[in-house]
Design a protein around this ligand. Sequence first.
Ligand SMILES: Cc1cc2nc3c(=O)[nH]c(=O)nc-3n(C[C@H](O)[C@H](O)[C@H](O)COP(=O)(O)OP(=O)(O)OC[C@H]3O[C@@H](n4cnc5c(N)ncnc54)[C@H](O)[C@@H]3O)c2cc1C
Length: 469
Amino acid sequence: MLHKSISGAGERYNVIVIGSGLGGLTSANRLARSGHSVLLLEHHHQLGGLAAWFKRKGHIFDVSLHGFPYGMIKTCRKYWNREIMESIVQLKKIVFDNPQFSLTTTFDRQDFTNILINKFQISQATIDDFFNTVAAMNFYDDQSMSTLDLFEKFFPGRDDVHRLLMEPITYANGSTLMDPAITYGIVFSNFMNKGVFTFKGGTDHLIGMMTDELVKNGVTICKNSRVDRIVTEGGKVQGVQVGDRFIESNTVVSNSGILNTINDLAGRDAFPDEFLDKVKTVRVNTSSCQVYIGIKKEEKIDDIGDLLFVSTAKKFSSDELLDMNTRSRTFSLYYPKTRPDHNRYTVVASMNGKFDDWDILSNSDYEAAKQAMIERTIDHLESYIPNVRQKIDWLEAATPKTFHRYTLHTKGTSFGTKFEGLDISRSIFKAVPGLFHVGSVGIIMSGWLGAINYGVIVANDVDGYIRGL
Ligand SMILES: Cc1cc2nc3c(=O)[nH]c(=O)nc-3n(C[C@H](O)[C@H](O)[C@H](O)COP(=O)(O)OP(=O)(O)OC[C@H]3O[C@@H](n4cnc5c(N)ncnc54)[C@H](O)[C@@H]3O)c2cc1C
């Protein structure tokens, strides 16, 4: 059922979804549940997009399962199923360690308030004012205020407080101090609601449950199926081309990157000039680097926390975080409790990264730079897990080029586009009737929660379009 080959001629669906990231999966599931015939095409051999995992030497590594907000519980119950919702558990030990401060937190409003009062000597009134301001931020607010402006308004000159408030959000969605304050406020408030959560059983378990649900609802799933072209005629969608096969549908939802969708899949000729003028303004977010660390079966490691935001850089700076030789990284610790039936320890270190820094390197320089990144990472981890080198039996690294290869996203972007991409994504069907986009745009629609919620919004648009509402 899952590995169907595409039969081609004569095949017709109400909707074709291109890409099986969390946004694409959710749209496909909602539309099938509403009674539409849905074909889901994924170029990779595995579903999930960036919600990825891979196996090496008895280890299972999670690529993007580091933490999401409490809102996932309601979203999964409402838009997926109870079984998925019941796998969500809290990560209770979030650690910060850098030259400016070291602390452990549950990463919620109450604990942050205590920390800001007791450790950073900020007044309760200022903290309350700050939290109330960010909680009241919404999508349609003024975007001229940057996150740095917001921090300076409440905590002027306090770059230690800025670091506490910003570092995790930069890791969570790639935003910087210069991005609009609302993109910060919405994501930060989501986390501050009740803390940081994860899926017990890992990404493979989640995507397995989602796949069962898609099959139950009648979605036809084809993996190893890269869409080469969204075919339009007379300004409207006619179907998609996969290799030499044409599959017919008047409605296509692309979970491919928004720029890939416009430039590569539909082709710029399909769009009016005014729309393309707006597309010119879209900036893609940066990408990521990761180091995957497998601990020998016979070794154990102590509980040093679930998520460690660590840095040896004196001050926080968005540029330092993006530097190839950054001294800042997040360690995600996966203890046997993550996958109770698996009983292994793994660590994943995540860094931000820029595609061009890696892309310009020769093959040998690229391999050397990857090895150097692995070495720096293990040196850093040694300060939290002494003698960890002796305990490791698998080491591997990913760079922005790796993320590009697996997702096809422009410059391997991990979090889609900056704010202006959202308007393009939301209005694409007005430029080409029948063509919709779902997936990381505008920062707030990215991340696991953002992508799933956006999948629901787009499925509703598509359902209305097909029904002529
Ligand atoms: C290193 C890293 C760590 C992260 N950590 C977290 C975290 O801790 N918490 C969190 O909430 N979020 C995290 N994220 C972000 C989160 O994973 C993503 O925002 C989310 O999964 C993106 O979903 P999406 O719907 O935009 O699609 P994507 O996951 O981007 O998937 C798009 C899919 O489309 C497919 N595709 C593209 N073009 C074609 C084509 N032509 N034909 C067929 N298929 C195609 C791709 O193969 C891919 O499967 C992280 C991301 C990265 C990179």
